[in-house]
Ligand binder design. Structure first.
Ligand code: ZN
Length: 411
């Protein structure tokens, strides 16, 4: 077992079944960003819009004309634990707002977090699956920022000592996208808690806060900037989803927000070693959207380089808009210093033993990459290997078939 040193006083639940409890707030000015920016963007000349569309097409065809893109991904994986990360509340997606909350996850003064040991187990599992070095001693830190869905004013996360780091992920690009084996570096995997959610009224005059999601455990996976195209990034995200599902640590559902990918994209002339200015893109709900958003962003940046307007590429967060197939400015990116991280004083260090890690390693199922190599060694074509190892429906079908056959044989 992990020698996780847990302390803290669990407070009594004061609001057992407070369904319908809402905290209201005036709508944050940022909540209007999509409409405001869209109105600016739609006023751009038709010729510019056309040239960007053309450039997107060229990028998709890998005609990047002397430039290369550098892409890194931050993936948030929501864990399917029975209770939240630091309190005993459950989390059921779609349940009535504020029905699964307590003073701890609502951030009331005087409450103390108690670490859910299952979160550590999931983190070690995913760290091992991503070929990471596991930290025998790690700690939690406070990441401080203000937002109405974060009543504590800080998020419990891990800063300088993550639970896992220096890993990699192997995958095979499908034949229809050119094929080939790729290895992408994984910088780190760390544990953190999710924030609540804002529900905006139709009139836009106010917003309501739902804290059901506050305190739900997340693992953030930060990749090395190793991808060069939208397809590579999308395949990396899809492989993370497969690993999460194979391990059973989360459902990996993008529509529910259980798997969220934020991508960082920059462009530089081929041969230049320094990175260009990176832009973060959010709000993508499928791997196809990730691929298209990146290809659009690469084209936009290459176009600005070619028109000698590279200074207009600024470090910012942009949102993908599926209806217009474009990215839009959301906000200028905060630097690390803005969060003023410091060690979480209410949680002790997480200390692991080699026996605990070995126990988890021995309990892990065969992962997609191992399965693909096994199928390949059996002499199957790469197309069949990817089809059999990567497709959920095929896996479920095979399990059902084996179960049915074994039942028939028993009968
Ligand atoms: Zn709670």
């Amino acid at each position: 077992m992990a020698l996780t040193l847990l302390r803290g006083i669990r407070t009594q639940t004061l609001f057992g079944a407070n369904a319908g409890l809402f905290c209201t707030t005036r709508r944050h000015p940022l909540a209007h960003f999509t409409t405001r920016v869209e109105s600016v963007q739609t006023s751009e000349p038709k010729s510019v819009r056309k040239s960007i569309q053309q450039a997107t097409k060229e990028a998709a065809e890998h005609k990047t004309q002397g430039f290369e893109a550098v892409i890194g991904i931050e993936t948030h994986v929501q864990l399917s634990t029975i209770t939240k990360a630091f309190c005993s509340c459950p989390y059921d997606y779609g349940s009535q707002p504020n029905s699964t909350v307590c003073p701890t996850c609502m951030g009331h003064p005087g409450t103390l977090p108690v670490l859910n040991a299952k979160v550590v187990e999931c983190a070690v599992k995913l760290g091992l699956a991503l070929n990471c070095e596991i930290s025998m001693t790690s700690k939690f830190d406070r990441k401080q920022y203000f937002y109405p869905d974060l009543p504590k004013g800080y998020q419990i996360s891990q800063f300088d000592i993550p639970i896992a780091e220096k890993g990699y992920l192997d995958l095979d690009i499908p034949m229809e996208f050119g094929g080939g084996h790729r290895r992408f570096g994984v910088t780190r995997v760390h544990m953190e808690e999710d924030a609540g959610k804002l529900l905006h009224s139709e009139s836009g005059s106010f917003s309501q806060v739902d804290l059901n999601r506050a305190g739900v455990p997340l693992l953030e996976i930060v990749s090395e900037p190793d991808m060069r195209t939208g397809i590579e990034a999308a395949e990396y995200g899809a492989e993370i989803q497969r690993v999460v599902r194979y391990l059973g640590v989360g459902n990996g559902n993008m529509q529910e927000g259980s798997l969220r990918c934020d991508v960082n994209v920059s462009v530089r002339p081929i041969g230049q070693s320094e990175f260009g200015t990176k832009v973060e893109i959010k709000n993508m709900n499928s791997f196809s959207e990730i691929s298209r958003a990146i290809d659009y962003e690469i084209s936009r940046q290459i176009l600005l380089h070619k028109e000698s307007q590279a200074d207009k590429i600024v470090q910012e967060t942009r949102l993908w808009d599926e209806s217009s197939q474009k990215t839009f400015t959301m906000r200028k990116k905060e630097g690390l210093a803005d969060y003023r991280y410091f060690p979480e004083p209410d949680l002790p260090e997480v200390v692991l033993t080699s026996d605990y890690i070995d126990e988890i390693r021995n309990s892990m199922p065969e992962l997609p990459e191992a399965k693909r190599r096994r199928y390949e060694n059996m002499g199957l074509s790469m197309q069949d290997v990817i089809f059999l190892a990567n497709d959920d429906i095929v896996i479920i079908f095979c399990i059902t078939l084996i179960f049915t056959l074994s039942c028939m044989l028993c009968y």
